[in-house]
Design a protein around this ligand. Structure first.
Ligand code: AMP
Ligand code: ZN
Length: 666
């Protein structure tokens, strides 16, 4: 046997054992023998470097160090999931779906909702090519070297019948491994990790992949991108990917009705406590992939799936103190400082009290025994008071009247639940909060500058607002605490690089109240430049789709403020993108203005999403269901029969992908 053959046989043998052990949970060799064989292989590979293979089982131990993770734009966006909390929510969801696809009975697949960090894996010819985190859904970090160390992720598939495909799953840390890691940490005198989910997602961003290899991470798969090209149903997709070598949990069921779905939910609501890993709910998905294609996505989540969140766990503990936080918009949030208590796998020390009304309504007082609950949010909340344990000298809580930060008298506007500190441009927390928002990942994404450094820069008098960032020099920041020449340079380079960030993100970064990510995108697309936006009238603003009074008023009040006008002028001067670039303007037009499209089926030239984007970029609107208002239905292969009937009965023209492209040319 040649050395090459020997190497290949060992690799295949080890790969199979690895799969049996980590995916099927069925060991077919002792650890000792596995290690021996692995050592043999490593030795052969070392002696014969010409046969190196990045996907060899020997590469699982890691060793590659990544200093900066590459940002990768997702070919297909990674969406969130809408949440539901009751059977009624699910019934409503079904009604919404039926309205679109018009089917009497819909089949669902139910899966557990795995609580970890999502990952997008790309395979080419059966070999793992790259792994990218979800990031903001549009782009994430490439963490391939780290992912390769997770033993349940196949580096080479059992079958390789696909040229290229993307598959998604959740990186989790099972309780066992998590507890073991914590025991070691405590022994070493270090603080234990708070919970498995954060530890799992933190692990993906470790620079040294050998460190990741030491962590008992696992990966559970739940989605194949563009699966409808190959499979009929979601369930069949999951069945097949299991054969390919991926780990898919057994707790999956096809249900023929919402009643059946709910039985599954009720079963797992108690049974979940016996699982080896965390789950906070169930994900219900429309089983037919043709229906999934027809249903599509909202701006946040697929219409064809919904998460059901289990009712939160509750514990009681003592409320030691109420403190008050000032947000970047001046909103005051009361915070309960609690006697630390274990809740749903984490230690809770603080909880949100929302606002003055909430405190008054529940009559929450310092010294009380309170009930704490952990819902979907990261911060737990207080849901009630045990009145029978109230101390005798207890006094009602007096809400603060002045800002804890700048001592300005607080205001509370009609209709607002919260108190605000009106000292927008003088209150330190608001000033730093706005700058911290400006530099954050979804905004200007400035590398090398963090929230703490912003506070430091402000304290040292180096910045008063976000425009000041662009005047900072390396020499100015080096003397700062914990700053070195290299980190100072990184920071200034990061700021310089942010001048390339596209206008829509800059607009979000400005921190105009009520202008979140999605609204900023809409406004940028419509007005195309900051000047157009700041000169827009109330009527012009509300004429934009989905822009209401509240947002319009906020934009106008921002635009009329002299401080903001000056800030924006300065940003312009420094070269920050305050208009949509030439590149983005290309392929954009108003040709389809006023036309409403419904897209159905599978297309040959454009992907479904590209087609929709093209419609929107050219001024058209995409609707999910056919009505009298629909101008055209663009039909691809396998268009839903119910849609065809509906279009015909309403006399809505059905056009092909080619017809659509011709429409654009005219
Ligand atoms: P959320 O982040 O709460 O909006 O929920 C969406 C996330 O749930 C996705 O990004 C996935 O990472 C995660 N998830 C966990 N289990 C599943 C599952 N079985 N199907 C789909 N998504 C899941
Ligand atoms: Zn203040």
């Amino acid at each position: 046997m040649s050395v090459e053959e020997q190497i290949n046989i060992l690799r295949e043998e080890l790969r199979q054992h690895n799969y049996n052990y980590y995916v099927l949970d069925n060991a077919t060799i002792s650890d000792y023998d596995f290690d021996l064989k692995l050592k043999d292989l490593a030795k052969l590979e070392e002696e014969n470097p010409q046969y190196f293979d990045a996907n060899s089982p020997t590469q699982r131990v890691g060793g590659e160090v990544t200093k900066n993770f590459n940002t990768v734009v997702h070919k297909n966006r990674m969406y969130s999931l809408d949440n539901s909390y009751s059977k009624e929510d699910l019934v409503d969801w079904e009604k919404r779906i039926q309205k679109i696809i018009g089917s009497e009975t819909i089949e669902y697949t139910c899966e557990l909702k795995y609580d970890g960090a999502s990952i997008n894996l790309t395979y080419e010819n059966g070999i793992l090519k790259n792994a990218v985190t979800r990031g903001d859904g549009f782009q994430g970090d490439e963490v391939t070297a780290n992912i390769k160390t997770i033993k349940s992720i196949p580096l080479v598939l059992n079958e390789s019948d696909f040229n290229s495909f993307e598959i998604r799953g959740e990186i989790i840390l099972p309780f066992d491994g998590f507890n073991k890691m914590n025991e070691e940490r405590i022994e070493a005198g270090e603080d234990p990790y708070r919970n498995p989910r954060n530890t799992a997602s933190g692990s993906l961003k470790l620079q040294d992949s050998a460190e990741v290899a030491k962590r008992p991470l696992d990966c559970l798969l739940y989605h194949v991108v563009e699966a409808s090209n190959k499979y009929e149903t979601h369930f069949k997709t999951l069945e097949h990917i299991q054969k390919l070598g991926f780990k898919v949990p057994k707790a999956i069921k096809v249900c023929k009705s919402i009643d059946e779905v709910f039985n599954f939910i009720e079963h797992w609501d108690t049974e979940r406590h016996n699982l080896p890993y965390e789950t906070d709910g169930i994900v219900v998905k429309v089983n037919s992939l043709a229906y999934q294609d027809e249903l599509g996505f909202t701006s946040k989540a697929p219409r064809w799936a919904i998460a059901y969140k289990f009712k939160a766990e509750q514990v009681s503990t003592i409320l030691n103190e109420i403190t008050y936080q000032v947000g970047r918009t001046g909103a005051i949030t009361p915070v309960a400082n609690l006697e630390p208590v274990q809740l749903a796998g984490t230690i809770v020390k603080r909880a949100s009290l929302h606002n003055a009304d909430q405190i008054e309504k529940l009559d929450i007082r310092v010294g009380d025994t309170v009930f704490v609950e952990k819902g979907g949010e990261i911060i737990p909340k207080i849901v009630g008071v045990e009145l029978s344990s109230r101390p005798q000298n207890s006094e009602p809580t007096k809400y603060i009247t002045h800002c804890p930060d700048c001592n300005t008298k607080l205001v509370r506007n009609e209709g607002d639940a919260k108190h605000y500190c009106p000292n927008e441009y003088g209150c330190p927390t608001q000033i730093t909060g706005r700058i911290q928002h400006f530099i954050s990942r979804k905004a200007m994404n400035i590398d090398g500058l963090g929230a703490e450094t912003v506070e430091l820069l402000f304290k040292e008098g180096l910045i008063q607002n976000y425009a000041d960032l662009y005047e900072l020099t390396v020499a100015q920041v080096i003397p700062l605490e914990r700053m070195a020449e290299k980190s100072a340079q990184n920071m200034i380079e990061g700021i310089e690089k942010s001048k390339q960030i596209p206008f829509e993100k800059v607009l979000f970064a400005l921190g105009i109240r009520f202008v979140g990510e999605t609204v900023a995108k809409k406004l940028a697309k419509h007005f195309k430049s900051i000047d157009n936006l700041m000169n827009a009238t109330f009527e012009e603003l509300i004429s934009v789709d989905e822009i209401g009074d509240r947002i319009a008023e906020s934009v106008i009040s921002f635009s009329q403020n002299l401080i903001n006008i000056q800030l924006v002028d300065r940003l312009k001067l420094y070269g920050v993108q305050l208009e949509v670039s030439e590149m983005e303007l290309k392929n954009h037009s108003n040709i389809l203005q006023g036309k409403i499209f419904v897209v159905s089926g599978v297309f040959t030239n454009l992907s479904r999403n590209d087609l929709k984007k093209s419609i929107e970029d050219n001024g058209g609107k995409v609707a999910s269901s056919i009505s009298k208002k629909t101008t055209y239905v663009v039909a691809g292969d396998k268009m839903g029969p119910s849609k065809r009937t509906k279009a015909e009965s309403l006399n809505v023209p059905i056009i092909s992908e080619d017809d659509y492209l011709k429409l654009l040319e005219n």
